[in-house]
Every structure is written in structure tokens, then in C-alpha cells.
Design a protein around this ligand. Structure first.
Ligand code: NAD
Length: 427
């Protein structure tokens, strides 16, 4: 007698899905450029990967071993650059995908960096500040041989903050015997951070949204907006859109969502989040799920949480005129043609959220020159740089008759390929 086995499809982690999305996007750009096989083979994989396992003593006296990663995808255009993520779903494939996207982002917006990313598989929401500090300091120690102002410069990402960066600066400075603020960006202003860095990703998202709105004749004043994710990026983007006169009608975070068709009071929701750990249940709002938020009748949908949120399964429900990808990889490649057929104007992630890395570059440059720019200088330079990249992108999409996402990747891959060709092969 034969046992009847029900075929269970292999479970794909969110990291594996992100990596296959990143590779699919790269392949499409490489095909469009007819990239030679050697260059394709170089750019399709990360240059260097580090996996570390390290013990941390928890508050109850027990010892837990954590796993962390740093992946440098490409350094042909300059030192590796990219954030550190503390999240339960962080794994090597997630970090590989995010590192590759950093390479393309830096090339697209013309900052002289390559791409990297790192992270630790952990749940920071369940850890105390003491535990997080111990984890960060030990992880920084493990990373130290690979990072530095001339080699690889981390920054905040999901689950990390300016405080995390301050612990890294201090840890490495203690080891070296002198202060080394340029080892990370996104650190507090009091220890060499830049004005404008905290809001930079949201500020850059606002500039690219204004630009996209102008291109489709949409007035931001009164525009109906929903924002998924209310952290570093989502909160700043929501607040800046609210300040610009848009009507933010729904926001979700990891614990729930809040909606009010008349418009939410975004600064009030931030205070509610600080007190209650979620925007859900705020007075004067009704609860809303992500899927309900995606399907709202909107002018602008801002995705500012995690990868793979809009897929072929839910893309057909999206009614927004503009999708702003403030997060990295929030739209799966299988959703792209559906959004395209629905006439939705997509501001691709490697443009939309590049304000963060542009101002990180300004922070790094200020650290090297030992000078400090004003907020107006930072924002004006960033606006100029991100809008120039937006102009390049829309021109290329029109000239080659391709989607905005493909145009973004084509420009970026072309620039990294050129740098790699010029440098040649060693030895
Ligand atoms: P964060 O940790 O500060 O915030 C993440 C937010 O997403 C939180 O509000 C969280 O509650 C929410 N969230 C998580 N899971 C969710 C879910 N299932 N549904 C709804 N909301 C959910 O992280 P961040 O720095 O704001 O990063 C957000 C995205 O932006 C990530 O894709 C990150 O890689 C990207 N990004 C960040 C920066 C930066 O400067 N921090 C720069 C460029 C891109």
C-alpha cells in the first residue's frame, strides 16, 4: 500500500522572495542593455558576505546566540553603503536583495558609493534597551574588520535608529582609541550626525511624489493619501504630506491601522503611537487592515513598511493614481504588469526612498571635511540631486518605451557596468 503524500509546496521565506525579485529586476535591465555575459555574472551576485553568530547576555541572566549578516554587493563606484536591519525575518537572502538594491540606488541618484546591507535576526520590540545595546555593541565588534569610512558605511534601517548608530560609533571608537564618527551615517547630530538626516528619506519621498503629481496633473493639496508603515520613513512621509496640505486618510503599522475619510491628524497619531505602540484605536478613527488600506479610493498610496506587500494577488484591488515606494521592494515583480495595465504611476523604490542615502552621503562628506551644512543647504542639495535622477528616469522611460521601474534599473545597471568595465579585472 502506498502512503498518499499531499504535496506541500516549499515554504519560501520573505527574504528568498525579495532576492528573486531583485534578481528578476536586474535580469530585465541586463537584457534591455544586452549586457555582456561576464559583467552580468559579476553584477548578479554579491561581492562579499559575512555571517556571524554571537552571544548576548539577556536581562534574566541567560545567554542567547544571535545570527547577523553584512553583505557588500558591489563597490565599483565607491565604498559600500547600506543600512542595518533588526527584524525577525532578516536572513541572508533578505540582506542580499537589499544590498543589491542599494548598489542600484546609489548609482541612480549619483552618490559615490556601492551597495551593502546588514542585519540581525531578532525581534527588537521584545528586547530591553540594555539588551539591544549589548547586541549592537557585540554585532559592531563582529563587523569591525569589514566596515569603515573608506570601506563600508552602515546606517539605520527597519528596527534600528540613530541610537543604534551612536552605540556603533562608540564601540568602534573605544577599540581604536580615537573617535571615528564617519564609520556610520544616521547618527545623532550631537556626535557628528547631519541635520535633516532623520527626515531625509521621507523628505526625498515627498520631493519625488510632488514631481510625480506634477507629471500627472494632480494637486497635492487635498489629495487623498494612505500610508502603510509609520516608522522612520512612513511617519516622516505622512507628516510632510500632511504639512503640504494632502488629506492622509489611512495609516497602518505592524499592530493595526487607523482611518478617517475626512483626514487624520498625523502629528496626533504620532503621539498616540508613542503612548500605545500603535496608531490603531486612536480617538476619532476607525480600524483598518493593510488589505483594506491598499484598496481605498486614493490619489497616492505610500508603501513605507516592508518588501513584497503588493503582489499579483492584491494588485488588482489598488485604485491609487500614484504608488510611492518609500520602502525597499514593496511591490513584487508579478504585480508590476497589473499596476501598469491599471494606469498607476509608480515611483520606484530606488528613486523614491533615495533621500536617505543622499543625505547619508552628505553626512559622510561633512564628517570628512569637518564642516556642518544648514538644513536649508541639505534639503536644497538633496532636492536637486533626487529630482535630477527623477528627470533622468522619466526621460529614459519615454525614450526607450519602458516602465519606470525598468528605466530606473537600466540607468543604474548601466552606470555600475561602466565603472566595472573601466576598472577592469584584477589581477
Ligand atoms: P522602521 O522600523 O522605522 O518602521 C517600519 C514601520 O513599518 C513601522 O511603523 C512598523 O510598525 C511598520 N510595519 C512593519 N510591518 C508592517 C505590516 N505588516 N503592516 C503595516 N506596517 C508594518 O523602518 P524604516 O526605517 O521606516 O523603514 C521602512 C522601509 O523603508 C524599509 O523598507 C526600509 O528598508 C526602507 N528605507 C529606510 C530608510 C531609512 O532611512 N530608515 C531609507 C531608505 C529605505
Amino acid at each position: 500500500m502506498h502512503a498518499t503524500a499531499t504535496a506541500t509546496p516549499p515554504v519560501q521565506t520573505s527574504g528568498a522572495r525579495a532576492l528573486s525579485a531583485a534578481i528578476e529586476q536586474f535580469d530585465a535591465a541586463a537584457d534591455h542593455l544586452s549586457l555582456e555575459p561576464g559583467l552580468r555574472a559579476i553584477l548578479r551576485v554579491p561581492k562579499r558576505e559575512l555571517t556571524v553568530r554571537f552571544p548576548v547576555r539577556l536581562d534574566d541572566g541567560s545567554v542567547q546566540v544571535f545570527q547577523g549578516y553584512r553583505v557588500q554587493h558591489n563597490v565599483a563606484r565607491g565604498p559600500a553603503k547600506g543600512g542595518l536591519r533588526f527584524h525577525p525575518d532578516t536572513d541572508i537572502n533578505d540582506v542580499r536583495a537589499l544590498a543589491m538594491w542599494m548598489t542600484w540606488k546609489c548609482a541612480l541618484v549619483g552618490v559615490p558609493f556601492g551597495g551593502a546591507k546588514g542585519g540581525v535576526t531578532c525581534d527588537p520590540s521584545s528586547m530591553s534597551v540594555t539588551e539591544l545595546e549589548a547586541l549592537t555593541r557585540r554585532f559592531a565588534t563582529e563587523l569591525e574588520p569589514f566596515i569603515g569610512p573608506d570601506s563600508d558605511i552602515p546606517a539605520p534601517d527597519v528596527g534600528t535608529s540613530a541610537q543604534t548608530m551612536a552605540w556603533i560609533v562608540d564601540t568602534v571608537s573605544m577599540h581604536r582609541g580615537y573617535s571615528i564618527p564617519g564609520i556610520v551615517t544616521g547618527k545623532p547630530i550631537a556626535i557628528g550626525g547631519s541635520v535633516g538626516r532623520a527626515d531625509a528619506t521621507g523628505q526625498g519621498a515627498l520631493y519625488t511624489i510632488e514631481d510625480a503629481a506634477g507629471r500627472i496633473g494632480l494637486d497635492l493639496r487635498g489629495a487623498r493619501v494612505a500610508v502603510q508603515g509609520f516608522g522612520n520613513v512612513g511617519e516622516a512621509t505622512a507628516r510632510l504630506l500632511y504639512d503640504a496640505g494632502a488629506r492622509v486618510i489611512a495609516i497602518t503599522d505592524v499592530n493595526g491601522g487607523a482611518t478617517n475619510p475626512e483626514g487624520l491628524d498625523v502629528p496626533f497619531l504620532r503621539r498616540h503611537l508613542e503612548e500605545h505602540g500603535t496608531v490603531a484605536g486612536a480617538p476619532g478613527t476607525s480600524r483598518i487592515s493593510n488589505d483594506e488600506l491598499f484598496a481605498l479610493d486614493l490619489d497616492i498610496l505610500v508603501l513605507a513598511a516592508l518588501e513584497g506587500q503588493i503582489t499579483a494577488a492584491n494588485a488588482g484591488t489598488v485604485r491609487a493614481r500614484i504608488i510611492a515606494e518609500a520602502a525597499n521592494g514593496p511591490v513584487n515583480p508579478d504585480a508590476d504588469p497589473i499596476l501598469h495595465d491599471r494606469g498607476i504611476f509608480v515611483v520606484p523604490d530606488i528613486l523614491c526612498n533615495a533621500g536617505g542615502v543622499i543625505v547619508s552621503y552628505f553626512e559622510w562628506a561633512q564628517n570628512r571635511a569637518a564642516i556642518a551644512w544648514t538644513l536649508d543647504e541639505i534639503n536644497e542639495r538633496m532636492r536637486h540631486q533626487i529630482l535630477r535622477a527623477a528627470g533622468d528616469l522619466w526621460d529614459r522611460a519615454a525614450a526607450d518605451g519602458i516602465s519606470q521601474r525598468l528605466a530606473a534599473h537600466v540607468i543604474a545597471v548601466e552606470r555600475v557596468a561602466e565603472a566595472t568595465r573601466l576598472r577592469g579585472l584584477y589581477p
